[in-house]
Design a protein. Structure first.
Length: 112
């Protein structure tokens, strides 16, 4: 299964959770909006932090969503590589494996 299909599948799962636990999902959405509204960090920087944390936490769905968001925020592949390098430094071998998913996802999405 390709990364785009994984992202789309996860979006479907999130829609189902929205129906099952709407108040929880609304609360998480409000938290996300508050973070996005903060003036201290621009969107690209926030996504770089989120992607690095997703790699260190080994959350593949999070990695895929934040790679996509980082692309939409205007990051370059070189900036992505910098995030991946830092995540590997902070998490060692397991982080390297998940960083590989992030790079492959970027390359698949960039190819269209």
């Amino acid at each position: 299964m390709g990364y785009r299909a994984k992202i789309d599948g996860m979006r479907g799962e999130l829609r189902a959770m929205n129906k099952a636990i709407p108040e929880v999902m609304k609360g998480f959405g409000a938290l996300s909006q508050a973070v996005d509204a903060g003036p201290a960090l621009e969107a690209k920087t926030r996504e770089m932090v989120a992607l690095g944390m997703a790699i260190v936490q080994r959350c593949e769905p999070c990695i895929l969503f934040h790679v996509e968001a980082l692309m939409k925020a205007g990051a370059s592949r070189e900036e992505l590589a910098g995030v991946l390098a830092m995540a590997i430094q902070m998490s060692g071998g397991p982080g390297m494996m998940y960083a590989g998913h992030a790079l492959a996802c970027w390359d698949e999405l960039a190819a269209g």
